[in-house]
Design a protein around this ligand. Sequence first.
Ligand SMILES: [Zn+2]
Length: 85
Amino acid sequence: MTDQSTKKYSQRYRSSWESDQRFKGWLQPVQGDGTKARCKICGNSFQAHMKSLIGHSLCKKHVDNTKSSTSKSQGSIINALRPIE
Ligand SMILES: [Zn+2]
């Protein structure tokens, strides 16, 4: 009999996540707690699970925050088309 419920995954923060395109620029470890991760843009901390990280990366608040923090001019193409008569 295999009882998998007794087998517990020790989910810990991985610094390799920081180089993931989805988490780059905002993910950081929580000092003193290796089981947690933190978003430095939103200031939220959450479980250091891939699921939680992805969940946060898709959260509307986070998306808005990252948009406003990366205030790079995206070269908006505003062509003022003036009809010449
Ligand atoms: Zn965030």
